[in-house]
Design a protein around this ligand. Sequence first.
Ligand code: FPP
Length: 236
Amino acid sequence: MAINSEKLPVHIGIIMDGNGRWAQNRGLPRAAGHKEGAEVFNRITKYCRKIGIRYVTYYAFSTENWKRPADEVNALMKLFEQYLGTAEQYAKDNVRLIFIGDKSRFPEKLRLKMEELEKKSENFDAMTVIMAMNYGGRDDIVRAAARAAALVRDRSITPEQIDESLISSLIYTGGIPDPDMIIRPGGEKRLSNFLTWQSAYSELYFTDVLWPDFTPKELDKALEEFAHRGRRFGGV
Ligand code: FPP
């Protein structure tokens, strides 16, 4: 399928859903679905870079995911550790890595690795991959509000100076354009606390395909639909 490169989204958000069901459908443990999901993450990231998407934000672990059974959480942590161990491969592709969410709850080894990768890749500019880890959209807004309050307390700004652009600069994705499109595979039609502030004008694309079955061709379908949607941002 030819991609309409003039109407390509600058920033795509992806909710990687359906790993558990993919594994269960095959009689495998849920963790096997996450492993396959991580492979698909790599494949889709490479494809996005190839076709010229500038930013992709992936929902890898939500603030609510800690409620899952301990063995599943542990399997995910292990996968993150493995992935972070191999993430340097992105250096050769000039890909910047950013982790959004509260890193403090992760094991120290993981946290330090995330910080190291962010630092090492900060000048890479072919594309930016943003991993939402222990991320919640409401938590993001609450933190930005607290930072705004602290600026008022320190008399750096007045309450009247709190506006949308200030909040946009204080959330985790400050400086990054809002996502033009959010893709959710796995059949559910909701955003589940992903990029709550940032998604105000995002085009939403839902598909029943489970994330481990999501291919570049499925992404092309979403891009094709995006190219045909009329975005008016509240105008006419
Ligand atoms: C949701 O599927 C998926 C997650 C909670 C984890 C997503 C994480 C990955 C794909 C691994 C990414 C890892 C790296 C290293 C980038 P689900 O388990 O809720 O699926 P279900 O709805 O079928 O149960």
